[in-house]
Structure formats: C-alpha cells, structure tokens
Design a protein around this ligand. Sequence first.
Ligand code: SAH
Length: 216
Amino acid sequence: MVAGTDYRRNRERMIRDQLVARGITDEHVLRAMWEVPRHLFVEEALQAQSYEDHAVPIGHGQTISHPYTVARMTSLLHVEPGMKILEIGTGSGYQAAILERLGAMVYTVERIKPLFVAARKRLLFMHCYNIHCKLDDGTTGWPELAPFDRIIVTAGGPEIPLPLVRQLADPGCMVLPVGEEKRKQRMVRVCKADGRVTSKDCGSAAFVDLVGTHGW
Ligand code: SAH
C-alpha cells in the first residue's frame, strides 16, 4: 500500500491524535468524523494528506477546513437529528456531509461555480440526499427557506452578516469566524432565545475570506 493511503488508519489517528487529544468529547461528532471518508473530498493527488493536521487546498484559492476546526465548529453547533441547518461556504462539501451524518437537513451555499458544481456532484455520488446546494452569495442567506435552527459560516468576514441573524430560528444558534483582519478571526457563537440575541467568543480562528455583500 502507498504510504498515507491506509485511510481507515489515517482516520483513526486523526480522531485520536487531533480531536480527542485536544478535547473534542461529543461522541456523535467523533462518530460522524469517523464515518465520513474525508479523502474523497479532495483531489486524488492530495488524498494521502487529507487526514493530516492542517487544511488542504481544493482549488480556486480555497481549502477544506482543518479536521479539528470542523470538529470544533460542529461541537459548538449542538446539532440534533431533524434540524434544518444553513451552511455558508460549501467548498468541498465535507462540513455539510458531517452535519448530514448527524441527522440534519442541510442547505449549503457556495459562491465559486466550479466548487459548487464539484461539491454537488460529489455529494450526490455519495448519496447525501439531505444536502441541498445553491450557487450564490451566502452572506445574504437563503431567505425563502428561513428560519434555520442552526447556521454555520466556514469563511471569515469582518462582521456578523445581519441577514443571517434574521434568518436564525428562535431558539437557534450560529457559529462563525469574525475578524477585522483577514485570515485572523475570533470564533463567535451567536444565540437567539426569547427574542434576544447574544454572542460569545469561542477562541481564535484562521479562515479564508468570506466574500460578498456582508463580507469582504
Ligand atoms: N466548508 C468547506 C470549507 C470551504 S472554505 C469544506 O468543508 O470544505 C470556505 C468556502 O467559502 C470557499 O469555498 C469559498 O468560496 C466560500 N465562500 C466565501 N464567501 C462566500 C459567500 N459569500 N457565499 C458562499 N460561499 C462563500
């Protein structure tokens, strides 16, 4: 076997050394990350490094997020089966597949056409029928389908996009990186309950740019 292509073993190591070792304890999140074959979300030449402790390029200057970041954001979302989730930044489709594996109905928006086309094809091939893809500027959300129980933004912008706050259900929560400097953000968890919106800083983050009306 070519070095790095024992994907089952790579996945086991990723979960033990990158996720559990850094404090990811949610059994459902760990199981979803064990079940979804991350290497199938990157091009063949990069599959051997897809389980390593970093983000991997997916073309057009974008990346599939670092495994720990995916696990951390997913844990912060507290997903329950049957929830309706909006994701901004489909990229490879990996984060969407993890959310679907947790039992959610996922609506995901990507602004770069070739990435949107590739992710939609990949997700269909993988029988992810509870993921719906749209090509658009996700900073304006998906108003026709609102409200959403959960919203996740996997690219970093300078502010919390207001349309997304409006499209959040009550109760509901949203996790997103926000920062006035590019590639350097704070992970923020925004919660809506009883008509009130609160936000909490959940540590540092480094995401590619959120580009759009309510982004860069
Ligand atoms: N969730 C992805 C990570 C992709 S990186 C994964 O699991 O692979 C972030 C993605 O956000 C990029 O593909 C980028 O094109 C996209 N993006 C940036 N601004 C956007 C916007 N306004 N609307 C939708 N997608 C956007």
